[in-house]
Design a protein around this ligand. Structure first.
Ligand SMILES: [Zn+2]
Length: 320
């Protein structure tokens, strides 16, 4: 979840709904003249037209009225939330709310299933979105999806995984052992980083590449084939340094390690501003040269949820 995603703009009439969500409470307007529940929020009752409307707290329980699973992002900004489980929930009070489902597998979703509210904080200022999950699910009623919280959670998870994995020590001059690292299988995913517009702007300033497709969200929304701004390929490439990667081995015994550059650098898929990225790697080849042992590490960086890499980088490292 990033700052680049479109957010609701509370109005004077709807603000109580959004403010209640921040507290982890669902409040819906109720007509005290005829007893009708009203949604979306309005000044008057949409049944009897009375202005005797008051906000009342409700349980947040209801049933799934309809849903669809979107496999192409509804906006480029949602590329890291695929597939989106878009739903209409009918609360027990009778009103229907557009929402997204969380914590349920696609195969479990059934029209008519019982659901309960989940309050998902998506911005550091407390802005919270209403989502729903299965009523029987052991799923937290409140989520913290702010970029900061997600980064901390995933870093902690990957750090724990790396700590729990036995790291194989391999001497750089043991050719057979080094060659046994070569594999078609990639490592598990690394930690994640959010590539937001602020980071892209900073890179544009440093590199001097301030082409509008990176730096002008308004123009990019209208003219870019990607529907919004995208990160520089070179930025996504260097962000590999920020990602914690569970490699599973450590090369030892060398006097000097030289980063020789790249055998292959490709940017097959864009990284829309606001996407989360992660990476994985595999040892592609090991070659004994006169000057030392050369290892080629294929690192692929992806937008989370996207099978197609955004960066393919065959890093060449020489151990001497
Ligand atoms: Zn009424």
């Amino acid at each position: 979840m990033s700052m680049n995603k479109p957010m609701p703009a509370p109005t004077e009439i709807s603000a109580p709904f959004w403010n209640a969500l921040k507290e982890g409470v669902l409040r819906i307007p109720h007509c005290t003249a005829c007893g009708h529940w009203i949604f979306y929020p309005r000044r008057h009752c949409d049944r009897c037209f009375s202005h005797a409307v008051e906000w009342r707290e409700v349980s947040g329980e209801g049933q799934l009225y309809s849903y669809t699973v979107a496999r192409i992002p509804t906006l480029p900004d949602f590329a890291d939330e695929m597939p989106q489980k878009l739903a209409v929930v009918e609360l027990d009070e009778g009103v229907r709310i557009n929402t997204t489902l969380v914590g349920v597998d696609e195969a479990e979703i059934r029209v008519g299933m019982r659901v309960k509210a989940v309050f998902d904080k998506v911005r550091a200022d407390g802005a919270t979105l209403l989502r729903f999950t299965g009523a029987e699910k052991d799923f937290p009623a409140r989520l913290d999806s702010t970029p900061e919280a997600l980064a901390a959670a995933t870093d902690a998870k990957v750090t724990a995984e790396i700590a729990a994995t036995s790291v194989r020590q391999v001497r750089f001059d043991d050719e057979a052992a080094m060659k046994s690292l070569v594999s078609d299988v990639f490592t598990p995913w690394s930690s994640k980083v959010v590539v937001d517009q602020a980071l892209i702007d900073e890179f544009a300033r440093l590199s001097g590449d301030d082409y509008w497709i990176h730096t002008d969200p308004e123009r990019a929304a209208k003219q870019s084939p990607f529907g919004g701004t995208i990160a520089h390929g070179a930025l996504v490439q260097i962000l590999q340094s920020r990602l914690k990667m569970p490699l599973g081995f450590e090369v030892t015994g060398f006097n000097n390690m030289v980063n020789y550059g790249s055998d292959r650098l490709r940017f097959p898929a864009p990284v829309p501003a606001g996407s989360r990225i992660h990476a994985r790697a595999r040892v592609k080849s090991v070659e004994k040269l006169a000057k030392g042992m050369q290892l080629t590490l294929e690192v692929t960086t992806h937008v989370v949820g996207n099978d197609r890499p955004s960066v393919i980088n065959d890093l060449v490292i020489l151990y001497m």
